[in-house]
Design a protein around this ligand. Structure first.
Ligand code: FRU
Length: 348
């Protein structure tokens, strides 16, 4: 039977970086000098990586929306955009920022063979974030015109401007649009996160954010229990933390039947999600937790972008209409494949 539904278009809004990945035998001590076993230059950035993965999952057409220096950044802009094109990711709706002294955002990454950890030192190199006015003027109207079925994903970079873009997109949204937001930076306050997510359907919240904000959201004994959570063998406190945030979001929800699906990847343990439970009137009144175990990985080869890969696979699955549990399993599976190999090629 042929599927008569229009294929989804995915527009991912956020940063693209140049990653220089130095593979080292073990993470060095401060003020030491070591040799890298290999050095690789790659296009990075959370949504840049997610776009490259989504495109391979055959979920629909994919585009990246973000900002680059108009001066070309010594060839770095072409390198990054070419890499996205190689994955069939469209890039024409990006903003070009004028200025002589600005460059392409860059990350110096140490990838440890001993532990599989990746330590990232990144710099914007003077390039500002995507401007919310540009998004509303140049991007959103075109998406409304061209894509009745759309998944619009935002990387939570500057909370203020991203909140404005999400709110605008929520106002302009067509019936078959879904909006998601990634909250990665632990420094965002719970209040900023709630504002950011006011119009979103799905929130990806990082483990770091949950660990940093557990005490603020749960209060009382949370700080000492938080230390136990860091042992990584228990994500119950994390679920409680996100549930507290979800509770506040429900209380603040303007759209009665709306409710955010909260997704959190928990490293080697797997991932969990909180989904809305509705009352007889269809109103989301509380949340239900769903968990998925991480897929077994013999050796972690390259963990750069593992979370971005997880997000892409969860988005592709939710867009295809499966439930949160299945989407989490898909996320863990594809992220598991990714960490077991270098780079993002051949993940399907
Ligand atoms: C990985 C990553 C890198 C990039 C950095 C930006 O998640 O997106 O590719 O350099 O994070 O913060």
């Amino acid at each position: 039977m042929s599927d008569s539904r229009a294929k989804c278009h995915f527009a991912l809004v956020g940063g693209v970086y140049i990653d220089e990945i130095h593979e080292v035998a073990a993470y060095p001590s401060e003020d030491s000098a070591i040799r890298a076993a290999s050095v690789q230059r790659r296009r990075g950035g959370n949504v840049g990586n997610s776009a490259a993965v989504l495109s391979q999952l055959d979920a629909g057409s994919v585009e990246w929306v973000g900002v680059v220096p108009a001066n070309g950044g010594d060839g770095a802009v072409a390198f990054a955009l070419d890499s996205l094109h190689a994955y069939n990711v469209r890039t024409e709706r990006h903003e070009r920022v004028q200025g002589e002294a600005i460059g392409m955002p860059t990350s110096m990454i140490l990838s440890s063979r001993a532990t599989g950890s990746r330590t990232i030192v990144s710099s914007r190199r003077g390039l500002r974030e995507l401007c919310a006015e540009y998004f509303s003027r140049e991007v959103l109207p075109a998406l409304v015109r061209e894509h009745p079925v759309l998944w619009l994903h935002f990387e939570g970079r500057e909370p203020g401007s991203v909140a404005r873009m999400v709110a605008e997109a929520d106002r302009a949204r067509l019936a078959a649009w879904r909006l998601s937001v990634e909250v990665e930076k632990p420094t965002f306050t719970p209040e900023a996160v709630l504002t950011l997510l006011a119009g979103a359907d799905v929130a990806f919240v990082s483990r770091e954010w949950v660990l940093r904000n557990a005490a603020a959201l749960l209060g009382g004994e949370a700080a000492s229990r938080q230390r136990q959570t860091e042992r990584l063998d228990d994500c119950h406190l994390a679920i409680a933390t996100l549930r507290a945030l979800a509770g506040r979001s429900l209380a603040a929800a303007k759209r009665g039947s709306a409710g955010v699906t909260w997704v959190c990847a928990w490293g080697a343990l797997g991932a969990f999600a909180l989904t809305g439970v509705r009352d007889e009137g269809g109103r989301v009144v509380e949340t239900c937790a769903v968990l998925a175990a991480a897929s077994a990985v013999e050796r972690v080869v390259d963990s750069v972008g593992a979370g971005d890969t997880f997000n892409a696979a969860v988005i592709a699955s939710l867009a295809a209409g499966v439930g949160a549990g299945e989407a989490l399993r898909a996320g863990c599976l594809v992220a598991g494949r990714k960490v077991a190999q270098a780079g993002f090629d051949g993940l399907t």
